[in-house]
Design a protein around this ligand. Sequence first.
Ligand code: URA
Length: 175
Amino acid sequence: MISCEDCPLCEGRQNIVMPDGDPQSPVAFVGEAPGADEDRLGKPFVGKSGKVLSRLMEEVGLARSSVFITNTVKCRPPNNRDPTSKEMEACYPRLEQELKDRKLIIALGRSAAKDLIGRDVKMGSEANTMIPVMIAGNEIKVLIAYHPAATFYSRKALESLKNSIEIAKEYMPSK
Ligand code: URA
């Protein structure tokens, strides 16, 4: 994507943060929105949250380069606020195309889960539950997971996210 002015997030961005990883992967991780590092470098999950995600993937034995990684919105919201429903809606046609042929989608955090499932989730009781969702006419499993940033101060979130990544690994072709 070279340019986009579909929502006001275009006004403050440095870069449009397009997906990373294997475009053909059966497994996609969907984050909330780019942060400052992602905006600067134009890649998803390259900052502090990304480091946690990469480390957990390494511990589980799931190569980061073998999965698809994207965000609900491709541009950084000012001051790292949550993306609004309108902004997520404006970016959804792109996300839908990115996700329509996946076997499993891991929704990282409440914003991603809300965007994909269409309702608020309670992370404490719903993390690691699987919800079937229609995406561009295909039924796809969405796994609700903690956002990596939630693990900074919570052991429970860290262990839960690691478990989500273990579940994701089961959806990868065995070597
Ligand atoms: N947090 C997100 O949700 N996505 C990123 O790409 C980085 C941090």
